[in-house]
Design a protein around this ligand. Sequence first.
Ligand SMILES: *Cc1c(COP(=O)(O)O)cnc(C)c1O
Length: 358
Amino acid sequence: MIVPIYATSTFAQDGVGGLREGGYEYSRTANPTRTALEEALASLEGGRHALAFASGMAAADTALRAVTRPGDHIILGGDAYGGTFRLLDKVLTLWGVEYTSVDLADIEATRNAVRPNTKVIWTETPTNPLLGIADIAALAQVAAGAGARLVVDNTFATPYLQSPLGLGADVVLHSTTKYLGGHSDVVGGALITSDDTLHEQFAFLRNAVGAVPGPFDAFLTLRGAKTLALRMERHSDNAERVVEALLGHRRVTKVYYPGLADHPGHEIAAKQMRRFGGMVSFEVAGGEEAALAVAARTKLFILGESLGGVESLIEHPGKMTHASTAGSPLQVPDDLLRLSVGIEEATDLVQDLLTALG
Ligand SMILES: *Cc1c(COP(=O)(O)O)cnc(C)c1O
């Protein structure tokens, strides 16, 4: 029933050049537990190939370095994940790659940001932490017209809520640390594509650089993914209840959730997502100090980074996950709090927030 944890670094071979055990030779290159995870991830995203990585950032690094050379240009969404921004701004620029950050919800602005050397358009949708929505099908057209690749970081939506490859994306990236693993007990990443050449480039780089997950990590992620559908329904149900409670509170000045009819990306979200997921952000009256005080008072919403686990989390992006964007165009509001709404009883979650807000 269950794929075992193949805790082995190497595999016995039949003779020089003659492999056995299904073609495995060394676990940096391939391991059966990891292969099982990769087959599941490819199938979930409707892609031909998937590769699992030691983290979402390792997957991002491989995706970017496989398709860029010094002198190339990347277009990045305006409120990208802080780690992705840091990878571009502090690592890839040293290698001679340049980037522009654009509001990818604005298709015209995105088209205008394209240069002859643009190789990648990198989008998250919904974005982290402002829950902005980008039109994947429209961005795929811009990318195709520019001869660039569209990479969609599908970590927030998960394949249960959104299928970017079907909308024209070239590559889907996941931090499987989040909803796919789902239990806050493993760090991992993945790249999924239906393009054979891209897949070979990714596989070459992953093997050359070596940022692979161990077999136990692959096992945990595979185990978590089995309940993805059930969890995403519950995360979405609970997020809707939380949003409703926040909207009615006098100390909440703004709520960010793509399921809200007045969210600027609502129509596109409704078109490309099955539901709106478990991530909610909001602004608190009274600025940074007031926001930090709320985050310090919740009990069920545990103060912590990361997201997508069964337990609810609260964080202050400006001081925590997105601290590295301070002073850049990607800086986030200082009265912003981000919730990863878990699968607990909704009434308890709402009560916890109302008490913390006072
Ligand atoms: C967490 C996260 C990443 C990075 O993944 P790690 O597994 O932490 O390396 C990338 N993108 C998004 C949207 C994330 O939330």
